[in-house]
Design a protein around this ligand. Structure first.
Ligand code: S3P
Length: 168
């Protein structure tokens, strides 16, 4: 399909906030795969799906959500932090357009993700465990990305400027 911009990165990287602004600036349509997954699950939240059906259940909704997200060109697609973990998702997202990784460091994640209730993957994890997950995930994001933007200490508008500049 091509022609879209896919935002990947860890929880708290700002994919949804930056994605909305970027879509406005470019006149693209904004979609968020977590929200599509919630629609597909009859309006249940990510945390509710996770509670009822476990991570596996959520990942199945996420995969369907990604399939839906890539059906039209000219979109900014914000993904959940685990979206690029499977080869099928990676291929679909890559075919949809440019993959932009929003990088964030551990301190900034802690500042931005104040409540872990809506983020089942962080709930119950110690600080060291969350840091380890971030480190492991960053390797995946780096490998999948066409462009990496460091968001630490930057406002969402500044990040949007960097993305537009970087994709030019
Ligand atoms: C997840 C990130 C979440 C959501 C789910 C799993 C992950 O999305 O998809 O809780 O595996 O990193 P955000 O990155 O938008 O918080």
């Amino acid at each position: 399909m091509g022609g879209s911009i896919v935002l990947i990165g860890f929880m708290g990287a700002g994919k949804s906030t930056v994605g909305r602004l970027l879509a406005d600036r470019l006149g693209f349509t904004f979609v968020d795969t977590d929200r599509i997954a919630e629609d597909l699950a009859d309006g249940r939240s990510v945390a509710e799906i996770w509670r009822a059906e476990g991570e596996e259940g959520f990942r199945a909704f996420e995969q369907q959500a990604i399939q839906r997200a890539v059906t039209e060109p000219g979109r900014v697609i914000a993904t959940g932090g685990g979206a690029i973990l499977t080869a099928a998702n990676r291929k679909r997202l890559r075919d949809a357009g440019a993959i932009v990784h929003l990088r964030v460091d551990a301190d900034e994640v802690r500042r931005r993700v104040k409540r872990s209730a809506g983020r089942p993957l962080l709930a119950g994890r110690s600080r060291a465990e969350a840091d380890e997950l971030l480190e492991e995930r960053e390797r995946h994001y780096m490998r999948s990305a066409d462009l990496t933007i460091d968001t630490t200490g930057r406002s969402p508008d500044e990040v949007v400027d960097q993305i537009i500049e970087g994709l030019r």
